[in-house]
Design a protein around this ligand. Structure first.
Ligand code: MN
Length: 158
């Protein structure tokens, strides 16, 4: 019996780190299509996207002063901070984050990551391979979020 095909890896077994959260054989991609949603200074790398996995592990890096899209969706994120510092909003909670912190983003929680003004923010993000599209806040949802002064300041980048 020849089961070579099912055992053929989609990726090399080893892809060494090349320093500073970069890896051999891992390409940098745009975070999202430009103009599809608000974001600033963020890149995406797919570390594990094997179709035989039910999940993907991505590495996102936000340059100083940048931010991810404020969004929500049914799928959940498991996030581990890998480098730098910043802040994140999950639901109505804002927290400072630094390397090795773990952040769980539940279904339909508004979330956004912001790098510090003087440091990048790099993090791993695990997601289901099959997932719903992110929703962006409409004017009413934004107004509701901004009613909390701490969230208003966070969204303004302060
Ligand atoms: Mn998300």
């Amino acid at each position: 019996m020849d089961d070579t095909t099912s055992h053929t890896p989609a990726l090399p077994a080893f892809r060494p780190a090349t320093g500073d959260c970069r890896w051999e054989g891992v390409a940098e991609h745009a975070y999202k299509d430009e103009g599809s949603a608000p974001f600033k200074a963020i890149t995406r790398r797919v570390l594990f996207g094997d179709p035989r996995l039910a999940c993907e592990l991505r590495y996102f890096e936000i340059a100083p002063g940048g931010y991810s899209t404020l969004e929500r969706h049914e799928h959940v994120h498991g996030v581990m901070i890998l480098r730098g510092t910043g802040t994140c909003l999950v639901g109505t909670e804002i927290r400072a984050v630094s390397p090795q912190d773990l952040v769980s983003i539940p279904p339909l929680a508004w979330h956004q990551f912001r790098a510090a003004a003087d440091a990048p923010l790099g993090f791993l993000c695990m997601v289901d391979t099959a997932r719903d599209r992110p929703q962006l806040p409409d004017a009413d949802a934004l107004a509701a979020l901004r009613r909390d002064p701490a969230i208003a300041a966070f969204l303004a980048g302060n």
